[in-house]
Design a protein around this ligand. Structure first.
Ligand SMILES: Cc1cc2nc3c(=O)[nH]c(=O)nc-3n(C[C@H](O)[C@H](O)[C@H](O)COP(=O)(O)OP(=O)(O)OC[C@H]3O[C@@H](n4cnc5c(N)ncnc54)[C@H](O)[C@@H]3O)c2cc1C
Length: 276
């Protein structure tokens, strides 16, 4: 059972019955209480290790009296799993002695089975419920492509220096790459970008085809969220920044010159190859 339809193949090898839970925008306490009861008939309960899954799955596990494992990236047996710890610097192998496995899994580490799931296997969580002590005042859809679905991410850091710069400099590049914007925590904390754009240990774990890190130093907590990207491009004035060492393409330059120049180069490439 998992919240977004993507699910780890090996975790379900040999499973006799599998159900996927589509979670509407319900409050986390409602979801946790519902899941703790609903899941009693199942062996394993898995959720994506994103900000939602990390919020409600441990709560539900606690209510069900089960230990939850976080950030699972692999299984070597039904009860032996690998999980990332210390911002992904170490991989811990753990054996569970519990009869049931509850875990959040990093979806980027597994192949998706979403397309294979028959509709009858969908389980719908309640969208509303009355929870003592909580009243939902409103909800706002974010819209657009999510960080996890985007094939290209253009991520900005503290060096962007303002919210206006963040959009004005990075958005044109994201549009040319068909991607969306992301951010370091320093950029989010400074108010340059919304919290939902944060990549890293306390943000989203992503693995796009292209990740452009603009003015991001590459702290371990940020790299923990994007190190599995297929192609990493770094733009930074400091050649010794950790992100420059990690990157497949490291461009030592001032971002305020480099990003517009990259956009112009992409425009030139497109017009030469399409005649537009
Ligand atoms: C418990 C914990 C959890 C955390 N979780 C996260 C997380 O999930 N995600 C996250 O991102 N961080 C996280 N952090 C914070 C992390 O440690 C770093 O502080 C943060 O990632 C730094 O963001 P930054 O790279 O934008 O800023 P900085 O580290 O300040 O780097 C700015 C970079 O921009 C470069 N630069 C400056 N000017 C220019 C220019 N004009 N052109 C080009 N380059 C320029 C500099 O050389 C530098 O490398 C966490 C920290 C803790 C303690």
């Amino acid at each position: 059972m998992i919240d977004d339809g993507s699910t780890p193949e090996t975790a379900f090898a040999g499973a006799t019955r599998r159900r996927v839970c589509a979670t509407p925008p319900a409050d986390v306490i409602t979801l946790a209480a519902w899941l703790a009861t609903e899941a009693s008939g199942y062996d394993d309960v898995l959720a994506a290790a994103d900000s939602n899954g990390k919020d409600w799955l441990p709560r539900a596990a606690a209510l069900a009296g089960v230990q939850a494992f976080s950030d699972v990236i692999g299984f070597s047996a039904a009860d032996i799993l690998q999980r990332a710890i210390y911002a992904g610097d170490l991989i811990e192998t753990v054996q569970s002695h519990q009869p049931r496995l509850w875990a959040t899994v990093r979806t980027a580490a597994f192949a998706s089975l979403a397309g294979d799931l028959p509709a009858r296997d969908l389980l719908h969580a309640p969208s509303t419920a009355s929870v003592p002590g909580i009243r939902v005042l409103g909800r706002q859809a974010q819209g657009g492509l999510s960080l996890k679905d985007a094939r290209a991410l253009v991520a900005g850091g503290r060096a962007l220096a303002s919210a206006d710069n963040f959009i004005a400099v990075l958005q044109p590049l994201a549009e040319r790459l068909g991607g969306v914007l992301a951010a370091s925590r320093a950029a989010v904390d400074a108010g340059y970008a919304p919290n939902s754009w944060q990549v890293g240990q306390t943000g989203q774990i992503v693995a796009p085809e292209v990740y452009v890190a603009v003015g991001i130093s590459g702290a371990a907590q940020h790299v923990a969220g994007m190190r599995d990207s297929s192609l990493i491009i770094a733009i930074n004035t400091d050649p010794d920044a950790p992100m420059m060492r990690l990157a497949d393409i490291a461009w030592q330059a001032d971002l305020f010159d480099a990003v517009p120049a990259l956009c112009a180069a992409l425009d030139g490439y497109c017009s030469r190859n399409t005649g537009l």
